[in-house]
Design a protein around this ligand. Sequence first.
Ligand code: ZN
Length: 565
Amino acid sequence: MAEYDTLIRDGMIIDGTRMPRFRGDVGIKNGRIARIGRIRPSEATRVVDASGMIVAPGFVDLHTHYDAQLFWDPYCSISSWHGVTSIVIGNCGFGFAPVHPDGRERAMLTMTRVEAIPYASMKTGMPWDWTTFPEFLDSIERHPKALNILPYVPVSPLLTWVMGLDEAKSRPPTEKEEREICRLLDEAMDAGACGWSAQRLDPNGPACVQRDFDGTPMVSDLMSDDTCLALARVLERRNEGFIQMTLASGNPEHDMRHFERLAEVSGRPVLFNVVQPRDSLPLVHRGNISWLESCRKRGLRVYGQAVTVDTGMAFTFENWNLFDECAAWAEATTGTVEQRKDKLSDPARREALRAPMPRVITDEFDLIFITTIERAELKEYEGLTLRELSERTGKHPVDAMLDVAVADDLRTEFYAPGPNQNMGFLKEMLDYPWLIPGVSDGGAHTKFFTGGQYPTDMLERMVREREMLSLEEAHWRLSALPALCAGFRDRGFLREGAPADVVVYDLEKLHVRPMEIVHDLPGGEWRRVRKAEGFRSIMVNGQVTIENDRESGAHPGRLLRHGAA
Ligand SMILES: [Zn+2]
Protein backbone atom coordinates (compact mmCIF):
# COMPACT_ATOMS: atom_id res chain seq x y z
CA MET A 1 0.00 0.00 0.00
CA ALA A 2 1.60 3.25 -1.16
CA GLU A 3 2.05 6.02 1.37
CA TYR A 4 0.68 8.69 -1.03
CA ASP A 5 -2.07 8.68 -3.62
CA THR A 6 -0.27 11.27 -5.70
CA LEU A 7 3.25 12.61 -5.72
CA ILE A 8 3.98 15.91 -7.44
CA ARG A 9 7.65 15.42 -8.06
CA ASP A 10 10.54 17.83 -8.28
CA GLY A 11 8.61 21.05 -8.81
CA MET A 12 9.46 24.60 -7.85
CA ILE A 13 7.24 25.01 -4.82
CA ILE A 14 5.70 28.38 -4.06
CA ASP A 15 3.58 27.79 -1.02
CA GLY A 16 1.52 30.99 -0.99
CA THR A 17 2.93 32.36 2.28
CA ARG A 18 5.42 34.66 0.46
CA MET A 19 8.31 32.47 1.59
CA PRO A 20 10.99 32.04 -1.08
CA ARG A 21 10.48 29.25 -3.61
CA PHE A 22 12.23 25.90 -3.20
CA ARG A 23 12.54 22.68 -5.18
CA GLY A 24 10.76 19.74 -3.70
CA ASP A 25 7.97 17.18 -3.77
CA VAL A 26 4.37 17.28 -2.60
CA GLY A 27 2.73 14.08 -1.39
CA ILE A 28 -1.08 13.88 -1.40
CA LYS A 29 -3.17 11.40 0.55
CA ASN A 30 -6.97 11.29 0.94
CA GLY A 31 -7.43 14.68 -0.68
CA ARG A 32 -4.98 16.48 1.59
CA ILE A 33 -1.37 17.50 1.40
CA ALA A 34 0.32 14.85 3.51
CA ARG A 35 3.92 15.90 3.11
CA ILE A 36 6.09 18.54 1.49
CA GLY A 37 9.82 17.91 1.05
CA ARG A 38 11.63 14.92 -0.42
CA ILE A 39 9.54 11.87 -1.27
CA ARG A 40 10.62 8.71 -3.11
CA PRO A 41 8.53 7.88 -6.23
CA SER A 42 8.06 4.33 -4.95
CA GLU A 43 6.02 5.73 -2.08
CA ALA A 44 3.22 6.97 -4.37
CA THR A 45 0.54 5.31 -6.48
CA ARG A 46 0.71 8.04 -9.11
CA VAL A 47 3.54 10.42 -9.93
CA VAL A 48 3.18 13.80 -11.64
CA ASP A 49 6.52 14.92 -13.01
CA ALA A 50 6.74 18.62 -12.21
CA SER A 51 10.38 19.21 -13.06
CA GLY A 52 10.79 22.64 -14.55
CA MET A 53 7.32 23.60 -13.36
CA ILE A 54 5.82 25.76 -10.67
CA VAL A 55 3.76 24.07 -7.93
CA ALA A 56 1.49 26.50 -6.09
CA PRO A 57 -1.85 26.71 -4.27
CA GLY A 58 -5.02 26.78 -6.38
CA PHE A 59 -6.47 30.25 -6.93
CA VAL A 60 -9.34 31.71 -4.94
CA ASP A 61 -11.83 33.92 -6.81
CA LEU A 62 -14.06 35.92 -4.48
CA HIS A 63 -16.16 37.67 -7.12
CA THR A 64 -18.20 35.40 -9.39
CA HIS A 65 -21.76 34.96 -10.63
CA TYR A 66 -21.80 31.22 -11.32
CA ASP A 67 -25.06 30.87 -9.36
CA ALA A 68 -26.87 29.60 -12.47
CA GLN A 69 -24.00 28.17 -14.52
CA LEU A 70 -22.78 25.86 -11.77
CA PHE A 71 -25.86 23.72 -12.37
CA TRP A 72 -25.02 23.00 -16.02
CA ASP A 73 -21.27 23.41 -15.92
CA PRO A 74 -19.67 21.75 -12.86
CA TYR A 75 -16.35 23.23 -14.02
CA CYS A 76 -17.61 26.80 -13.74
CA SER A 77 -15.54 27.63 -16.77
CA ILE A 78 -13.64 29.67 -17.61
CA SER A 79 -12.46 30.01 -13.98
CA SER A 80 -11.44 26.39 -13.44
CA TRP A 81 -9.48 26.38 -16.72
CA HIS A 82 -7.27 29.13 -15.29
CA GLY A 83 -6.36 27.42 -12.04
CA VAL A 84 -9.17 28.69 -9.84
CA THR A 85 -10.03 25.95 -7.34
CA SER A 86 -12.42 27.86 -5.06
CA ILE A 87 -15.03 30.49 -5.89
CA VAL A 88 -17.49 32.67 -4.03
CA ILE A 89 -20.92 32.94 -5.68
CA GLY A 90 -23.86 35.27 -5.06
CA ASN A 91 -21.89 38.51 -5.48
CA CYS A 92 -23.31 42.03 -5.75
CA GLY A 93 -26.55 41.10 -4.00
CA PHE A 94 -27.84 39.07 -6.95
CA GLY A 95 -28.89 35.44 -6.87
CA PHE A 96 -31.64 32.87 -6.84
CA ALA A 97 -32.40 32.18 -3.18
CA PRO A 98 -34.58 32.61 -1.35
CA VAL A 99 -37.09 32.85 -4.21
CA HIS A 100 -40.76 31.81 -4.06
CA PRO A 101 -41.78 29.46 -6.90
CA ASP A 102 -43.91 32.20 -8.47
CA GLY A 103 -40.91 34.56 -8.47
CA ARG A 104 -38.58 32.29 -10.44
CA GLU A 105 -39.39 33.67 -13.89
CA ARG A 106 -38.83 37.21 -12.66
CA ALA A 107 -35.57 36.23 -10.94
CA MET A 108 -34.24 34.79 -14.21
CA LEU A 109 -35.39 37.79 -16.23
CA THR A 110 -33.60 40.07 -13.79
CA MET A 111 -30.40 38.12 -14.26
CA THR A 112 -30.65 38.29 -18.06
CA ARG A 113 -30.02 41.99 -17.87
CA VAL A 114 -28.10 42.80 -14.72
CA GLU A 115 -25.48 40.09 -15.25
CA ALA A 116 -26.37 39.20 -18.86
CA ILE A 117 -26.85 35.48 -18.30
CA PRO A 118 -28.90 34.08 -21.22
CA TYR A 119 -32.51 33.38 -20.28
CA ALA A 120 -32.77 30.20 -22.38
CA SER A 121 -29.78 28.72 -20.56
CA MET A 122 -31.21 29.44 -17.13
CA LYS A 123 -34.64 28.15 -18.18
CA THR A 124 -33.17 24.88 -19.46
CA GLY A 125 -30.22 24.50 -17.14
CA MET A 126 -31.46 25.37 -13.66
CA PRO A 127 -33.15 22.65 -11.59
CA TRP A 128 -35.01 25.07 -9.29
CA ASP A 129 -35.29 22.32 -6.70
CA TRP A 130 -35.17 24.82 -3.86
CA THR A 131 -37.16 27.68 -2.41
CA THR A 132 -35.26 28.78 0.69
CA PHE A 133 -31.57 29.61 0.96
CA PRO A 134 -30.72 26.46 2.97
CA GLU A 135 -32.47 24.38 0.29
CA PHE A 136 -30.41 26.18 -2.37
CA LEU A 137 -27.24 25.10 -0.55
CA ASP A 138 -28.52 21.53 -0.36
CA SER A 139 -29.07 21.61 -4.11
CA ILE A 140 -25.50 22.81 -4.72
CA GLU A 141 -24.30 20.10 -2.38
CA ARG A 142 -26.12 17.43 -4.43
CA HIS A 143 -24.85 18.65 -7.80
CA PRO A 144 -21.42 17.70 -9.14
CA LYS A 145 -18.73 20.37 -8.78
CA ALA A 146 -15.18 20.54 -10.08
CA LEU A 147 -14.23 23.36 -7.71
CA ASN A 148 -15.09 24.48 -4.20
CA ILE A 149 -17.97 26.87 -3.68
CA LEU A 150 -18.50 29.42 -0.96
CA PRO A 151 -21.93 31.13 -1.08
CA TYR A 152 -22.91 34.68 -0.15
CA VAL A 153 -26.47 35.51 0.80
CA PRO A 154 -27.41 38.07 -1.88
CA VAL A 155 -29.55 40.88 -0.45
CA SER A 156 -31.89 41.43 -3.43
CA PRO A 157 -33.71 38.08 -3.22
CA LEU A 158 -33.65 38.31 0.56
CA LEU A 159 -35.45 41.68 0.62
CA THR A 160 -37.77 40.63 -2.19
CA TRP A 161 -38.76 37.47 -0.31
CA VAL A 162 -39.77 39.43 2.77
CA MET A 163 -41.25 42.59 1.25
CA GLY A 164 -42.32 41.59 -2.25
CA LEU A 165 -40.57 43.02 -5.30
CA ASP A 166 -42.57 46.23 -5.69
CA GLU A 167 -42.40 47.13 -2.02
CA ALA A 168 -38.68 46.30 -1.85
CA LYS A 169 -38.18 48.78 -4.68
CA SER A 170 -40.26 51.54 -3.21
CA ARG A 171 -39.56 51.85 0.51
CA PRO A 172 -37.31 50.69 3.35
CA PRO A 173 -38.39 47.66 5.39
CA THR A 174 -40.53 48.14 8.48
CA GLU A 175 -39.05 47.16 11.82
CA LYS A 176 -40.86 43.85 11.67
CA GLU A 177 -39.66 43.18 8.12
CA GLU A 178 -36.11 44.06 9.06
CA ARG A 179 -36.25 41.53 11.90
CA GLU A 180 -37.42 38.90 9.45
CA ILE A 181 -34.66 39.82 6.94
CA CYS A 182 -32.08 39.43 9.70
CA ARG A 183 -33.63 36.17 10.88
CA LEU A 184 -33.35 34.78 7.36
CA LEU A 185 -29.73 35.88 7.12
CA ASP A 186 -29.10 34.08 10.39
CA GLU A 187 -30.80 30.97 9.07
CA ALA A 188 -28.70 31.11 5.89
CA MET A 189 -25.52 31.58 7.92
CA ASP A 190 -26.52 28.59 10.09
CA ALA A 191 -26.76 26.57 6.89
CA GLY A 192 -23.25 27.64 5.91
CA ALA A 193 -23.41 30.92 3.99
CA CYS A 194 -20.21 32.95 4.09
CA GLY A 195 -21.76 36.40 4.58
CA TRP A 196 -23.81 38.76 2.45
CA SER A 197 -23.37 40.90 -0.64
CA ALA A 198 -24.88 44.05 -2.12
CA GLN A 199 -24.37 46.31 -5.10
CA ARG A 200 -25.73 49.78 -4.42
CA LEU A 201 -25.53 52.14 -7.36
CA ASP A 202 -27.22 55.52 -7.22
CA PRO A 203 -30.50 54.81 -9.03
CA ASN A 204 -30.57 58.31 -10.45
CA GLY A 205 -26.89 58.74 -11.14
CA PRO A 206 -24.49 57.92 -13.94
CA ALA A 207 -23.05 54.99 -11.98
CA CYS A 208 -26.24 52.92 -12.27
CA VAL A 209 -24.75 50.72 -14.95
CA GLN A 210 -26.44 47.44 -14.11
CA ARG A 211 -30.19 47.58 -14.06
CA ASP A 212 -33.13 45.24 -13.77
CA PHE A 213 -34.54 43.85 -17.01
CA ASP A 214 -37.30 46.45 -17.16
CA GLY A 215 -34.77 49.26 -16.85
CA THR A 216 -35.59 50.02 -13.20
CA PRO A 217 -32.88 49.99 -10.51
CA MET A 218 -32.19 46.75 -8.65
CA VAL A 219 -33.56 46.14 -5.15
CA SER A 220 -30.03 46.43 -3.78
CA ASP A 221 -29.60 49.85 -5.44
CA LEU A 222 -32.47 51.14 -3.36
CA MET A 223 -31.35 49.60 -0.10
CA SER A 224 -30.69 51.97 2.78
CA ASP A 225 -27.59 52.32 4.94
CA ASP A 226 -29.68 51.30 7.95
CA THR A 227 -30.71 47.99 6.45
CA CYS A 228 -27.05 47.29 5.66
CA LEU A 229 -26.04 48.08 9.22
CA ALA A 230 -28.74 45.77 10.56
CA LEU A 231 -27.33 42.97 8.41
CA ALA A 232 -23.79 43.85 9.55
CA ARG A 233 -24.93 43.42 13.17
CA VAL A 234 -26.00 39.86 12.41
CA LEU A 235 -22.42 39.05 11.44
CA GLU A 236 -21.11 40.87 14.50
CA ARG A 237 -23.29 38.81 16.81
CA ARG A 238 -22.21 35.60 15.10
CA ASN A 239 -18.58 36.71 14.82
CA GLU A 240 -18.49 35.10 11.40
CA GLY A 241 -18.85 35.89 7.73
CA PHE A 242 -17.88 38.85 5.59
CA ILE A 243 -19.48 41.46 3.38
CA GLN A 244 -19.01 42.30 -0.29
CA MET A 245 -20.25 45.65 -1.48
CA THR A 246 -20.15 47.84 -4.53
CA LEU A 247 -21.29 51.29 -3.50
CA ALA A 248 -21.60 54.37 -5.65
CA SER A 249 -24.16 56.69 -4.12
CA GLY A 250 -22.81 59.68 -5.97
CA ASN A 251 -21.18 60.92 -2.76
CA PRO A 252 -17.74 59.30 -2.37
CA GLU A 253 -17.28 60.74 1.12
CA HIS A 254 -20.49 59.07 2.30
CA ASP A 255 -19.48 55.82 0.64
CA MET A 256 -16.11 55.64 2.39
CA ARG A 257 -17.69 56.39 5.77
CA HIS A 258 -20.32 53.72 5.16
CA PHE A 259 -17.67 51.07 4.45
CA GLU A 260 -15.84 52.07 7.60
CA ARG A 261 -19.08 51.90 9.56
CA LEU A 262 -19.86 48.41 8.23
CA ALA A 263 -16.39 47.26 9.28
CA GLU A 264 -16.74 48.86 12.72
CA VAL A 265 -20.22 47.52 13.37
CA SER A 266 -19.63 44.00 12.09
CA GLY A 267 -16.00 43.57 13.12
CA ARG A 268 -15.80 41.43 9.99
CA PRO A 269 -13.92 41.81 6.70
CA VAL A 270 -15.65 44.08 4.20
CA LEU A 271 -14.69 43.78 0.53
CA PHE A 272 -14.66 47.10 -1.26
CA ASN A 273 -15.57 46.74 -4.95
CA VAL A 274 -13.76 47.81 -6.97
CA VAL A 275 -10.37 49.38 -7.38
CA GLN A 276 -9.88 49.85 -11.09
CA PRO A 277 -7.40 52.15 -12.79
CA ARG A 278 -8.94 54.30 -15.50
CA ASP A 279 -6.67 55.84 -18.06
CA SER A 280 -8.44 59.17 -17.94
CA LEU A 281 -8.96 59.31 -14.16
CA PRO A 282 -5.85 58.26 -12.21
CA LEU A 283 -7.05 60.09 -9.12
CA VAL A 284 -9.74 57.50 -8.53
CA HIS A 285 -7.59 54.42 -7.97
CA ARG A 286 -5.00 56.50 -6.11
CA GLY A 287 -7.71 57.86 -3.86
CA ASN A 288 -9.10 54.37 -3.26
CA ILE A 289 -5.69 53.04 -2.32
CA SER A 290 -4.82 55.84 0.09
CA TRP A 291 -8.21 55.47 1.78
CA LEU A 292 -7.79 51.66 2.05
CA GLU A 293 -4.35 52.29 3.55
CA SER A 294 -5.87 54.62 6.12
CA CYS A 295 -8.41 51.91 7.00
CA ARG A 296 -5.58 49.43 7.43
CA LYS A 297 -3.74 51.79 9.75
CA ARG A 298 -6.86 52.17 11.87
CA GLY A 299 -7.38 48.40 12.01
CA LEU A 300 -10.57 48.48 9.96
CA ARG A 301 -10.90 45.35 7.88
CA VAL A 302 -11.84 46.98 4.59
CA TYR A 303 -10.12 45.24 1.68
CA GLY A 304 -10.07 46.34 -1.93
CA GLN A 305 -10.82 43.99 -4.78
CA ALA A 306 -8.85 45.07 -7.81
CA VAL A 307 -9.52 44.72 -11.51
CA THR A 308 -6.23 43.66 -13.07
CA VAL A 309 -7.35 42.24 -16.42
CA ASP A 310 -7.93 44.39 -19.47
CA THR A 311 -11.69 44.79 -19.26
CA GLY A 312 -12.06 44.86 -23.03
CA MET A 313 -15.47 43.98 -24.41
CA ALA A 314 -16.61 42.38 -27.66
CA PHE A 315 -20.20 43.10 -28.54
CA THR A 316 -22.95 43.51 -31.09
CA PHE A 317 -25.91 45.82 -30.60
CA GLU A 318 -28.23 42.79 -30.80
CA ASN A 319 -27.77 42.28 -27.07
CA TRP A 320 -25.31 44.90 -25.78
CA ASN A 321 -26.51 46.30 -22.46
CA LEU A 322 -23.54 47.79 -20.68
CA PHE A 323 -24.10 51.43 -21.60
CA ASP A 324 -26.90 51.69 -19.02
CA GLU A 325 -25.17 54.47 -17.09
CA CYS A 326 -26.28 56.78 -19.91
CA ALA A 327 -30.07 57.12 -20.05
CA ALA A 328 -30.14 57.58 -23.83
CA TRP A 329 -28.09 54.43 -24.41
CA ALA A 330 -30.08 52.47 -21.84
CA GLU A 331 -33.28 53.40 -23.65
CA ALA A 332 -31.87 52.63 -27.10
CA THR A 333 -30.44 49.23 -26.11
CA THR A 334 -33.58 47.65 -24.69
CA GLY A 335 -36.19 45.65 -26.57
CA THR A 336 -36.10 43.23 -29.48
CA VAL A 337 -33.55 43.47 -32.27
CA GLU A 338 -36.16 45.27 -34.43
CA GLN A 339 -36.95 47.77 -31.69
CA ARG A 340 -33.27 48.39 -31.03
CA LYS A 341 -32.66 48.85 -34.74
CA ASP A 342 -35.43 51.45 -34.94
CA LYS A 343 -34.13 53.35 -31.95
CA LEU A 344 -30.47 53.19 -32.91
CA SER A 345 -31.21 54.46 -36.42
CA ASP A 346 -33.49 57.27 -35.23
CA PRO A 347 -31.79 60.61 -36.07
CA ALA A 348 -33.58 62.29 -33.15
CA ARG A 349 -31.89 59.99 -30.68
CA ARG A 350 -28.42 60.28 -32.15
CA GLU A 351 -27.40 63.53 -30.55
CA ALA A 352 -27.71 62.07 -27.06
CA LEU A 353 -25.82 58.97 -28.17
CA ARG A 354 -22.97 61.09 -29.55
CA ALA A 355 -22.12 62.28 -26.04
CA PRO A 356 -18.85 60.83 -24.69
CA MET A 357 -18.91 57.02 -24.70
CA PRO A 358 -20.07 55.44 -21.43
CA ARG A 359 -17.21 54.61 -19.12
CA VAL A 360 -17.40 50.84 -19.29
CA ILE A 361 -15.11 50.85 -22.33
CA THR A 362 -12.37 53.10 -23.56
CA ASP A 363 -13.57 56.46 -24.84
CA GLU A 364 -10.88 56.51 -27.52
CA PHE A 365 -12.34 56.14 -30.99
CA ASP A 366 -8.84 55.15 -32.12
CA LEU A 367 -9.01 52.02 -29.99
CA ILE A 368 -12.52 50.71 -30.67
CA PHE A 369 -12.64 48.65 -33.86
CA ILE A 370 -14.91 46.47 -35.97
CA THR A 371 -14.02 42.78 -35.75
CA THR A 372 -16.64 41.25 -38.08
CA ILE A 373 -19.44 42.34 -40.38
CA GLU A 374 -22.05 39.95 -41.82
CA ARG A 375 -23.38 41.89 -44.82
CA ALA A 376 -21.11 41.44 -47.83
CA GLU A 377 -21.38 45.06 -49.09
CA LEU A 378 -20.07 46.34 -45.77
CA LYS A 379 -17.18 43.90 -45.38
CA GLU A 380 -14.70 46.55 -46.53
CA TYR A 381 -15.09 48.18 -43.10
CA GLU A 382 -13.95 45.13 -41.14
CA GLY A 383 -10.91 45.81 -39.01
CA LEU A 384 -11.30 49.61 -39.08
CA THR A 385 -11.23 51.66 -35.92
CA LEU A 386 -14.17 53.97 -35.32
CA ARG A 387 -11.84 56.87 -36.11
CA GLU A 388 -10.91 55.35 -39.47
CA LEU A 389 -14.55 54.50 -40.15
CA SER A 390 -15.46 58.09 -39.35
CA GLU A 391 -12.83 59.41 -41.78
CA ARG A 392 -13.89 56.92 -44.46
CA THR A 393 -17.57 57.84 -44.20
CA GLY A 394 -17.35 61.49 -43.21
CA LYS A 395 -19.59 60.94 -40.19
CA HIS A 396 -19.19 61.31 -36.45
CA PRO A 397 -17.64 58.05 -35.13
CA VAL A 398 -20.81 57.13 -33.21
CA ASP A 399 -23.02 57.74 -36.26
CA ALA A 400 -20.62 55.77 -38.43
CA MET A 401 -20.64 52.89 -35.95
CA LEU A 402 -24.42 52.81 -35.60
CA ASP A 403 -25.09 53.21 -39.33
CA VAL A 404 -22.94 50.18 -40.09
CA ALA A 405 -24.53 48.21 -37.23
CA VAL A 406 -28.08 49.04 -38.32
CA ALA A 407 -27.38 48.28 -41.99
CA ASP A 408 -25.98 44.94 -40.83
CA ASP A 409 -29.12 44.08 -38.80
CA LEU A 410 -27.06 44.77 -35.65
CA ARG A 411 -24.85 41.74 -36.35
CA THR A 412 -21.63 43.77 -36.66
CA GLU A 413 -19.20 42.91 -33.89
CA PHE A 414 -17.12 45.61 -32.23
CA TYR A 415 -14.22 45.27 -29.86
CA ALA A 416 -13.44 47.98 -27.34
CA PRO A 417 -10.42 47.70 -25.03
CA GLY A 418 -11.07 48.40 -21.38
CA PRO A 419 -10.51 51.87 -19.96
CA ASN A 420 -7.48 50.49 -18.11
CA GLN A 421 -4.69 50.34 -20.70
CA ASN A 422 -2.10 52.35 -18.75
CA MET A 423 0.60 49.96 -17.48
CA GLY A 424 1.97 52.57 -15.08
CA PHE A 425 -1.40 52.73 -13.33
CA LEU A 426 -1.57 48.94 -13.20
CA LYS A 427 1.85 48.96 -11.55
CA GLU A 428 0.69 51.52 -8.99
CA MET A 429 -2.09 49.15 -8.07
CA LEU A 430 0.20 46.13 -7.86
CA ASP A 431 2.59 48.09 -5.67
CA TYR A 432 -0.09 48.17 -2.98
CA PRO A 433 0.24 44.73 -1.42
CA TRP A 434 -3.23 44.39 0.12
CA LEU A 435 -5.42 44.52 -2.97
CA ILE A 436 -7.12 41.26 -3.88
CA PRO A 437 -6.84 40.61 -7.63
CA GLY A 438 -9.71 39.14 -9.53
CA VAL A 439 -13.04 40.78 -9.94
CA SER A 440 -13.61 38.15 -12.60
CA ASP A 441 -17.41 38.45 -12.69
CA GLY A 442 -17.14 34.77 -13.74
CA GLY A 443 -20.37 33.52 -15.29
CA ALA A 444 -21.67 37.02 -16.04
CA HIS A 445 -21.71 39.21 -19.16
CA THR A 446 -20.31 36.25 -21.10
CA LYS A 447 -21.46 37.52 -24.50
CA PHE A 448 -19.12 40.53 -24.13
CA PHE A 449 -16.47 39.93 -21.54
CA THR A 450 -14.29 37.35 -19.85
CA GLY A 451 -12.52 38.04 -16.57
CA GLY A 452 -11.91 34.52 -15.29
CA GLN A 453 -8.49 34.44 -16.90
CA TYR A 454 -7.10 36.93 -14.36
CA PRO A 455 -4.72 34.47 -12.59
CA THR A 456 -3.14 33.31 -15.86
CA ASP A 457 -3.07 36.91 -17.07
CA MET A 458 -1.34 38.09 -13.90
CA LEU A 459 1.32 35.38 -14.07
CA GLU A 460 1.89 35.78 -17.81
CA ARG A 461 1.68 39.51 -18.29
CA MET A 462 2.61 41.03 -14.91
CA VAL A 463 5.07 38.47 -13.50
CA ARG A 464 6.76 36.87 -16.52
CA GLU A 465 6.64 39.59 -19.17
CA ARG A 466 6.91 42.77 -17.13
CA GLU A 467 8.32 41.60 -13.80
CA MET A 468 5.95 43.91 -11.96
CA LEU A 469 5.85 41.55 -8.99
CA SER A 470 7.54 38.33 -7.88
CA LEU A 471 5.99 34.91 -8.21
CA GLU A 472 5.96 34.55 -4.43
CA GLU A 473 4.01 37.79 -4.11
CA ALA A 474 1.65 36.93 -6.99
CA HIS A 475 0.76 33.55 -5.50
CA TRP A 476 0.14 35.02 -2.09
CA ARG A 477 -2.30 37.48 -3.62
CA LEU A 478 -4.00 34.97 -5.89
CA SER A 479 -4.65 32.43 -3.12
CA ALA A 480 -3.76 33.15 0.48
CA LEU A 481 -4.87 36.78 0.70
CA PRO A 482 -8.39 36.17 -0.67
CA ALA A 483 -8.73 32.93 1.31
CA LEU A 484 -7.86 34.75 4.53
CA CYS A 485 -10.18 37.67 3.78
CA ALA A 486 -13.04 35.31 3.02
CA GLY A 487 -12.81 33.01 6.01
CA PHE A 488 -11.61 29.89 4.26
CA ARG A 489 -10.53 27.66 7.12
CA ASP A 490 -7.59 25.88 5.57
CA ARG A 491 -7.13 26.84 1.93
CA GLY A 492 -4.92 29.28 0.07
CA PHE A 493 -1.56 27.74 1.06
CA LEU A 494 0.41 24.61 0.35
CA ARG A 495 0.77 23.25 3.82
CA GLU A 496 0.82 19.77 5.34
CA GLY A 497 -2.67 18.84 6.45
CA ALA A 498 -4.43 21.33 4.16
CA PRO A 499 -6.79 20.24 1.36
CA ALA A 500 -4.79 19.58 -1.79
CA ASP A 501 -5.93 22.40 -4.11
CA VAL A 502 -2.85 22.69 -6.29
CA VAL A 503 -1.77 24.13 -9.63
CA VAL A 504 1.22 22.78 -11.56
CA TYR A 505 2.18 24.90 -14.53
CA ASP A 506 4.97 25.85 -16.90
CA LEU A 507 5.60 29.56 -16.43
CA GLU A 508 7.32 29.88 -19.81
CA LYS A 509 4.31 28.41 -21.62
CA LEU A 510 1.58 30.03 -19.56
CA HIS A 511 -0.73 31.91 -21.89
CA VAL A 512 -4.24 33.33 -22.12
CA ARG A 513 -5.66 32.41 -25.53
CA PRO A 514 -7.63 34.99 -27.53
CA MET A 515 -11.35 35.46 -27.02
CA GLU A 516 -13.50 32.99 -28.95
CA ILE A 517 -17.17 32.14 -29.23
CA VAL A 518 -18.35 28.70 -28.13
CA HIS A 519 -21.88 27.32 -28.49
CA ASP A 520 -21.93 25.20 -25.36
CA LEU A 521 -24.67 26.71 -23.20
CA PRO A 522 -27.99 24.99 -22.57
CA GLY A 523 -30.96 26.31 -24.50
CA GLY A 524 -28.81 26.62 -27.65
CA GLU A 525 -27.05 29.71 -26.30
CA TRP A 526 -23.47 30.83 -26.85
CA ARG A 527 -20.79 32.72 -24.93
CA ARG A 528 -17.29 34.09 -25.25
CA VAL A 529 -14.41 32.33 -23.54
CA ARG A 530 -10.65 32.60 -23.24
CA LYS A 531 -8.80 29.34 -22.74
CA ALA A 532 -5.55 28.73 -20.87
CA GLU A 533 -2.30 27.18 -22.00
CA GLY A 534 0.49 25.89 -19.79
CA PHE A 535 -1.35 24.20 -16.90
CA ARG A 536 0.13 20.71 -16.55
CA SER A 537 -2.22 19.77 -13.75
CA ILE A 538 -4.85 21.41 -11.59
CA MET A 539 -6.04 19.51 -8.53
CA VAL A 540 -9.02 20.11 -6.29
CA ASN A 541 -9.14 18.20 -3.02
CA GLY A 542 -6.36 15.97 -4.33
CA GLN A 543 -8.05 14.98 -7.59
CA VAL A 544 -7.02 16.17 -11.03
CA THR A 545 -9.64 18.40 -12.65
CA ILE A 546 -7.45 19.78 -15.45
CA GLU A 547 -4.67 17.89 -17.13
CA ASN A 548 -2.63 19.57 -19.88
CA ASP A 549 -5.26 22.31 -20.15
CA ARG A 550 -8.15 19.85 -20.58
CA GLU A 551 -10.97 18.99 -18.20
CA SER A 552 -10.52 15.52 -16.73
CA GLY A 553 -14.22 15.09 -16.05
CA ALA A 554 -13.67 14.62 -12.31
CA HIS A 555 -15.92 16.47 -9.85
CA PRO A 556 -14.01 16.67 -6.56
CA GLY A 557 -15.24 20.15 -5.59
CA ARG A 558 -17.14 20.73 -2.37
CA LEU A 559 -19.62 23.18 -1.00
CA LEU A 560 -17.68 24.94 1.75
CA ARG A 561 -20.22 25.55 4.47
CA HIS A 562 -18.77 27.87 7.09
CA GLY A 563 -15.58 28.07 5.02
CA ALA A 564 -14.75 24.37 5.15
CA ALA A 565 -15.91 21.10 3.59
ZN1 ZN B 1 -20.61 41.23 -9.70
